[in-house]
Design a protein around this ligand. Structure first.
Ligand SMILES: Cc1ncc(COP(=O)(O)O)c(C=O)c1O
Length: 446
């Protein structure tokens, strides 16, 4: 079983390894990037993202489409890199994400829009853009979408997001198989089909969407879950009396952030899924159907590292505290503040002193951010190599749910930069914020 330090070293190696004792992602020494662009910053590795997309597509087979769940990382350049991998679509959850994916080059016919609380303005945007499907989350949303499409004089695709009765076991966080705000109750399926078909001039039933869980590691349980989705899809086609154009299986492939977690076995899942698909594929109710997986973290998490600088090192009653210039304000998930039940540390390394061999891990230190709360902690017993003021600390597995998932305004520290290493060069995607940015967009009272 790999330790967190072993994992961090393995990720550092994949991101480009080290030169002269320091981390050098894509061949660029981290101290040079930090000097040029300032700290803290998120660093993404372009080739790793592309490779991951290709690996997923190869494992799932040519008949399956992979869409990128933009919420994981809505950075424009990241979305562009994924859009370049042809046959890959996008799943958005807001009008802002729709703007990003259109700017990134995703074609409207490859975009689906899922998520609760879509406003009429957002539905209108989806209709005007002519995206493939709005995945509706309630019966009411079907009627609202029909009304918007009618006002616009257009027709829009509908995916019925179903919250199935059966739970997906072996996952980190559930959004289905339980009572909640996500999707239509499986018991309402017949009514949802009826309501969609009641608007033949403005709605077209594309198919179904089931996304119930994230952080799934059990490939066999996921296969069984997919079998259930195939059966639900057949039921939907029967209710509609016509073949389906889309079955969206969600995804939720896990990323092993924490101690004792093993990689999701993509190849074994892919093999199992292809076998399952072979059983259903020739059913006329799936003739011309698009089979879709929507993945967020699995495509981008490993390709990102959050880099923050040591501002202070202090000892207190035998414990060493390493304080850094960014913390929960920039990386909420890595400080365990986004729904984690147990707070555990991501893999961390001192990037300024990384050694080629994962050797003596040294004394466990607390790595803490600048926000005035004990919640702002990356870990309390991290085996960092002799951290000194000015060193750069890397938080790995940070390409997903980082920048955009954080409370960037908390404590009004400058926002982090975003940097992409691609084709051997470091590109600045977004500069580090300035203290005076805090006044931007605010009106003074007097
Ligand atoms: C509807 C939907 N699809 C896809 C995702 C992406 O999940 P993950 O990043 O675990 O792949 C989410 C995450 O919340 C989601 O709500």
């Amino acid at each position: 079983m790999l330790t967190q330090t072993d994992k961090a070293h393995a990720l550092a190696e994949r991101l480009g390894g080290w030169q002269n004792g320091e981390f050098a992602p894509g061949g660029a020494p981290i101290s040079h990037i930090a000097k040029e662009y300032g700290t803290p910053f998120y660093l993404y590795h372009g080739e790793m993202i592309s490779e991951r997309v290709r690996r997923v597509r190869a494992a799932l087979g040519g008949d399956v489409e992979v869409t990128y769940s933009v919420k994981a990382n809505p950075n424009l350049a990241v979305c562009q890199l994924i859009a370049r991998e042809r046959l890959t679509g996008a799943e958005v959850a807001s009008s802002g994400e729709l703007v990003v994916v259109r700017a990134a080059g995703f074609a409207p016919e490859d975009i689906v829009f899922a998520g609760p609380a879509k406003t009429d303005e957002e539905l209108k945007m989806a209709v005007d853009e002519g995206i493939f499907a709005v995945n509706v989350e309630s019966l009411n949303e079907i009627d609202r979408l029909a009304a918007v499409a009618e006002r616009e004089g257009k027709k829009i695709g509908v995916g019925l997001r179903i919250n199935p009765a059966a739970q997906l076991m072996g996952s980190g966080m559930r959004m289905g198989g339980t009572v909640g705000q996500f999707g239509l109750d499986e018991d309402d399926l017949a009514e949802a089909v009826r309501r969609t078909l009641a608007h033949p001039d403005h709605l077209v039933l594309r198919g179904i969407h089931v996304y119930t869980a994230t952080q799934v590691f059990d490939a066999d349980a996921l296969i069984e879950h997919c079998r259930n989705i195939f059966e639900l899809a057949l039921q939907t086609a029967d209710l509609a009396g016509e073949p389906l154009e889309m079955v969206d299986f969600g995804g939720g492939f896990g990323v092993p952030y924490f101690e004792k977690m093993e990689e999701f076995d993509l190849e074994s899942f892919g093999e199992g899924f292809q076998g399952l698909l072979a059983q259903y594929r020739s059913d006329p109710r799936f003739s011309g159907c698009r089979f879709v997986f929507e993945l967020g973290r699995y495509l981008v998490a490993d390709a990102g590292v959050y880099v923050t600088r040591v501002v202070d090192v202090k000892g207190m009653k035998g414990k060493t505290f390493v304080t850094t210039d960014g913390g929960m304000n920039h990386h909420l998930t890595a400080t365990g503040n986004m729904g984690q039940v147990f707070r555990k540390a991501y893999p961390l390394l001192n990037l300024s002193r990384v050694s080629a061999e994962p050797g003596d891990p040294g004394e466990g230190v607390a790595v803490v951010g600048p926000c005035c709360t004990p919640l702002d902690t990356f870990g309390t017993n991290i085996p960092l190599e002799e951290p000194l003021v000015g060193d750069l600390i890397g938080v790995f597995h940070s390409g997903a749910y980082g920048y955009s998932a954080s409370n960037l305004g908390f404590l009004s520290h400058p926002t982090p930069a975003e940097v992409l290493v691609w084709q051997g060069e470091a590109h600045l995607l977004r500069p580090v914020g300035k203290p005076e940015d805090v006044l931007k967009g605010q009106e003074a009272l007097i």
